[in-house]
Design a protein around this ligand. Sequence first.
Ligand SMILES: [Zn+2]
Ligand SMILES: [Zn+2]
Length: 380
Amino acid sequence: MQRLSFIAFILFQLVFGQHAHSDADRRISFPDIKGYKTLICDLHTHTVFSDGSVWPSIRVAEANKDGLDAIAVTEHIEYQPYKEDIPHPDRNRSYDLTKKYAKKSELLVIAGTEITKSMPPGHSNAIFVKDVNKIMNDDYIKSYEAARKQGAFTFWNHPHWIGQRKDASVKVYEEVEELINKRLLHGIEVTNERTYSDQAIQVALDHDLTMIGTSDVHNLVDWDYKIPQGGHRPVTLVFSKRKNLKDLKRSLFQGRTVVWFKNILIGKNEWIAPLIDASLTIDSAGFYKDYELGIVKIKNHSDSRFILKNKSPYDFYQHSDLVEIQPHSVKQLSIVSGKNISDFNLEFEVLNAIIAPSTHPTITFSVRNIGEVELKDVKF
Ligand SMILES: [Zn+2]
Ligand SMILES: [Zn+2]
C-alpha cells in the first residue's frame, strides 16, 4: 500500500509537478532595457493596519520571495475595520514596521496611503508621502493637495471596479479631469488585483497618465495569485536609471512603466518595445546544409510566456503562424523559404503584449549572413 501511494505520488509529480514553482524560480525576472534598470514593483498592498489579513512582516517576506525591488505600503485612510482591535492613531505605523522588517534585504519600501473616497473620484494611492496623518481629510481635494505638498506620486485606483462602477466601465468624471489638469493625479491602474480594463488603458493614453498594475493584496499573495501552481502577482515594471527611491519616483512621474498581468505585458509602445527587444533575442542562426531551411533560435530572457503571430512571408517547418516561447527558454524556428536565403527579417505580432485596447506591438528580428553558418543534424 505504501509502495503504491509512493508510485501514485511520483505519478502525480510527473503530471502536475511540472509547473509548480520552487522558491528559487518564483522570483519575478525581466531583463533591464537599454539605459535603464527594470525594477519590479508592487505599488498597492494592505495589511491589518487597514483591511488586509496579515502583519507587515509577511508582506516583506512575500515580496522577497517574489524577487520584488520595491513595494508600496498603501493602507486605506478612511476604511479601518480593525480599529477596535488595532487602534491606529499614527497612520505611518504600517510603513515604519514594513521598513524595519525590510532592513536586512534589498527591498525598497515606499511610504504611501490609499485615499478612499466614494466615486467620484473613488480610490487613489498617494505614494512617496512623508506623513500620512496630514493627508487625512474629509474633503478629497484637500487630501490630494496635502499629498502633492509632500511630493507624492498619485494614481487612480481601479477606476473600473464594480464596487463603484456597476458595469465596469471607466468614466472620467469632471472631478477626475480636474485632478489631472491640476497635476494632482499622475497615474492610473489599468489592472487591479485580478481585473483588467481596456477603457483604463485608453484613459491613460488620452491623458498621458502613467500605467500601473498592482496586486492590491489583502490576503496571502500565494493564495490570491496561485503562485505555487505557477501563477504570478501582477506588478508594474518601472524603468529607472538606478535602483533607489529617488530615481524610481522620477521614473513613475515620467511614465516609464509596463504592467505585467496574467502573463500579459501592458504599456505605451515607447516602453513595451524596448522591453520586448531585451526579452527576445536571436540566440543563434544558421543554414541547414542538407536542406533548404534557415534555422533561427530565439531566446526568451523573461518570465513572460510569449505568444507570437507570424507576419513575415515565410512559413515554419515546425510551427503554424502562432509560436509560443516559454519563459527563459530557447525556441527553434525552421524557415520555409523555398530557396536558400541568407539575409531576411522575421516579423511577429506580439499577442501577449498590449499598447492600446486590442492593439498588439510587433517585433522584427533581422537575420543576417546565415548562409555562412552551415548546420548539420538539426533536430526537429
Ligand atoms: Zn481601493
Ligand atoms: Zn487597496
